[in-house]
Design a protein around this ligand. Sequence first.
Ligand code: NAD
Ligand code: MG
Length: 359
Amino acid sequence: MKRIAVLGATGSIGQALEIVDAHPDLEVCALASGSNELDALAAARGVEHAQVGGELTALLERAEPDVVLNAVVGFAGLPATMWALERGITLALANKESLVAAGDLALAARERGGGLLLPVDSEHSALYQCLEGRAPETVQALVLTASGGPFRGRTRAELEAVTRADALAHPTWRMGPKITIDSATLANKGLELLEAHFLFAVPYERIEVVVHPSSVVHGLVRFRDGAAIAHLGHPDMRVPISFALTYPERSATEAEPLDLAAGLTLEFEPPDLETFPLLALARGAGESGGTHPCAYNAANEAAVQAFLAGRLPFLRIAEVVEETLATVDGAPASDLDELREADAEARRLAERAIGAVLT
Ligand code: NAD
Ligand code: MG
């Protein structure tokens, strides 16, 4: 029996519970979320260790999982990520924000712990599978695909008055509100660029982003001999969730197979970096290094929260991140306290930039 702790169980990635239920060798040993709906979920399954809010690491200590599925949203997922990495407990990571923010500190913890870090983010799960068993020197570049979000093809002028409801209407994926807004601004692809760098140790100049509206190709790796290996499938999170939870077994899922004969066409286009500055800002933050990725994430979280609360216009999200990145010192964090301080400082600066709109 593999004991799975599902953190963020009431959210969109909570669909992992159905995968666990359907698999005879997997069981849920702990559930956590930020919402009271969790109580019903835990009671229905008779899960002993369940917790709404509070210290996730204390819950993990008690539950002794074999796998931590971290699907908490935002920087709040950091302690659970570090807990699993430090102890060498398999981490199935949906919470990309924690890896982006912690960066080298997370990688050092993984090194000490010696466990598996399996991405649940669909693009990174795809890249992981394309890279498995390849020698690093044969890899020329990673290609991340982006759906382009609900505003693909629009100009900046056309985005001035978009509402919360417009931004929440994602064309291909059904997800929680924060990542859906990140998909509309392309901050999600920015976070994923940073995530790919830390997961696969590939420099930023060798990670490409391409827009692919139907989200059928999830990731592609270019090799030095001219071959490109891609991972395809309908956009369905059950596939990467199942891959991570049943690794290395690759158990069966209910996902619908691609119908190639029905006339599958694949379209790609370059991202519009002018209309969606958050992608280029992520690349810049990554290249600057230190706690710049942490600040990018923190400012984006603050700005998205303000947008969702009706306190910030859509186009200001990117400006708030840009203004924050221009002001932070970005020095590397030598421990988690310094990292938390960098996160808090970026949030303070972002809040100041957000407030400046209203006054
Ligand atoms: P969501 O908003 O649907 O769910 C978030 C979950 O986290 C909820 O259960 C919420 O209660 C819980 N939570 C929030 N703050 C918490 C806290 N402080 N302590 C404990 N629990 C807390 O979000 P989601 O779409 O499921 O995304 C979760 C994470 O997975 C994000 O990092 C997102 O980027 C990543 N991700 C999601 C998808 C997807 O398809 N939904 C795909 C790739 C990556
Ligand atoms: Mg993704």
